[in-house]
Design a protein around this ligand. Structure first.
Ligand code: AMP
Ligand code: MN
Ligand code: MN
Ligand code: MN
Length: 309
């Protein structure tokens, strides 16, 4: 891989290029974007369209990380290779820890391994039933037909998610945008929230590792943990063999870039960088349009050289 000099090329750089981030010297300058979603889960672009967009935005190393599903990996790899862009296999696994939902990204695993395929299949199970319950709850507050409405946006019934409900609630005029949806509905204590048990932290990390990949904590700043719960989460993730953490993600504020850089150092985690791009109209940060990792961090992709395709 040839390191790129200067800030990422591409249309969106925006407010996240902050002084706080650049007070640290930058060491590894590679435009890696190792977190995004396609129509295979809750994104709006196909894997091939995402690859094209990543390439035009200057991404040099890319991973498609659909929720609980690796059905898009072959087309993502093929598209990346045809564009001359390096690729790592990816997935974002839904996990229940301390009765809360967290997300674990897997990178560089062997997608043909039955262990990860079967683990993900089991994790996907139950989404349809959950979606029907969400819809029944919404009906009680006067919103009818939400299941059928959300399903129109979900390419795959097994992967029907809150994002698809959010799109339905916006398109049908109940809410102005997805932020309003998650403020008023679908989250704990609000109509349309249905508790769900996802994979265990140990299983998710084990599936990824046993299939030759590395496990990464996705957007750690987004979880509603107390400091004690967060410490337990980070420690247990490490004890199970987890090795990475997203420091620079589209979900973090500049202060969180700094906080999770410190966490990465404290726990000896390799650092990852990913936009969590879902859609040109819904996502705050475009593919590849992220600040660099601080030079004091060890980029996870340097540990995955032999898994890059
Ligand atoms: P689910 O896996 O069905 O619980 O849906 C989770 C998905 O909903 C996440 O992957 C995001 O794409 C989306 N989501 C969750 N919270 C928010 C939020 N506050 N704003 C926008 N999207 C959100
Ligand atoms: Mn999502
Ligand atoms: Mn996530
Ligand atoms: Mn994501």
């Amino acid at each position: 891989m040839t390191p790129q000099k200067g800030p990422p090329k591409g249309p969106v750089q925006g407010a996240f290029f902050t002084k706080a981030v650049y007070n640290d010297p930058v060491k590894s300058i590679l435009n890696a974007d190792l977190h995004c979603h396609s129509v295979v889960s809750d994104g709006t672009l196909t894997p091939a369209a995402l690859a094209q967009r990543a390439k035009s935005n200057g991404v040099e190393l890319w991973a498609l990380t659909d929720h609980d599903e690796i059905g898009g990996q072959d087309s993502a790899l093929e598209a990346a290779q045809s564009l001359g862009m390096n690729y790592l296999t990816g997935v974002e696994i839904s996990v229940t820890f301390a009765q809360k939902t967290v997300h674990i990204v897997g990178l560089g695993f062997d997608a043909s391994e039955p262990l990860i395929q079967e683990g993900l299949k089991a994790t996907r199970g139950g989404r349809e039933e959950r979606a029907r319950e969400m819809s029944a709850q919404l009906e009680k507050v006067g919103i009818v037909g939400a299941f059928e409405g959300a399903l129109q946006y979900a390419g795959n019934l097994e992967l029907i998610s809150r994002t698809h409900f959010a799109r339905f609630l916006v398109e049908s005029g109940v809410c102005q945008d997805t932020n309003e949806v998650f403020r008023r509905f679908l989250t704990e204590g609000k109509p349309g929230f249905v508790e769900h048990k996802w994979a265990s932290l140990k299983d998710a990390v084990t599936w990824i590792r046993d299939c030759k990949g590395m496990a990464v904590i996705a957007h750690p700043g987004r979880y509603p943990f107390t400091p004690t719960e967060e410490f337990a989460f980070l420690s247990e993730f490490k004890a199970h063999g987890g090795q990475g953490i997203e420091v620079v993600t589209g979900s973090h504020t500049p202060d969180e870039f700094v906080k999770y850089a410190d966490v990465a150092m404290e726990f000896d985690f390799f650092a990852s960088r990913g936009s969590d791009f879902h859609s040109p109209t819904e996502s705050r940060i475009d593919l590849g349009a992220l600040p660099w990792l601080s030079g004091k961090l060890q980029p996870i992709w340097e540990q995955l050289e032999d898994r890059i395709q």
